[in-house]
Design a protein around this ligand. Sequence first.
Ligand code: PNS
Length: 187
Amino acid sequence: MKRVKAIYPGSFDPPTNGHLDLIERGSKIFDELVVAILRNPEKDPLFSVVDRRKMLESMTSSFDNVSVDTFDGLTVDYALRVQAQAILRGIRAISDYEYELQMALMNRKLQPTLETVFMMPAEKYSYLSSRLVREIAQLGGSVECLVPELVEQKLREKIDVAHKFANGEPGPRVSSVGKSQFKKRKL
Ligand code: PNS
C-alpha cells in the first residue's frame, strides 16, 4: 500500500497552538509528517533553530508519526531529499491565500511531482500568528491559550533576559525589536 509522507515547512518563531492544531490534523491524514524548520540566515529570529526544534519536539512527542527536522535551501529540494510527496501549509484566512497560492504554484513549477495540501486550523486560531505572539509577549501581554505552556515559559525567559539587558546588565544578544521595546517599557 502506498504511504504518503508530507513535510510541514515554516519558521515556527515561536511555534503556536495554531501550528500544533495543524500538525494534529496533518498527522491524521498523512502516514508520516515532518515538521521542517527553515534555517534562514537572513532573518533575525527571536528563538534559535535549536530552541525551536526543542519546543516542537516536545509539543509533538505524543504523535507517533510526526518528527521534527531543520532545513535550508529550497523547500522542494528538502522534500525530495526526505522522499516526501506533499507539502502541508495552513490557511487561516483569505488574506493568507494569495501568498500561499503563489508559493504552492511556484513550488509546483520547481517540482511538479510534489503536491501542496492546504488545511485550515480551528477557527479560534484564525487570527493567531507567530509575529503577533512575539509582539504581545515582548510588550508584556499574556500569550496564554495562544501557545503551549512550554513556549509561554520560554518566551518569559527571553523577556526576562531582554529586560535585564535593556537595564544595562550583561546578557546574551536578543532581537533588536525586543531590545528597543524593552528600553521603552518598564515591566
Ligand atoms: O512560516 P513561514 O515563514 O510562513 O514559512 C515560509 C516557508 C519557510 C515555507 C518559505 O519561506 C519557504 O519555503 N522557504 C524556503 C525557500 C524556498 O523554497 N523558497 C521558494 C518558495 S516558492
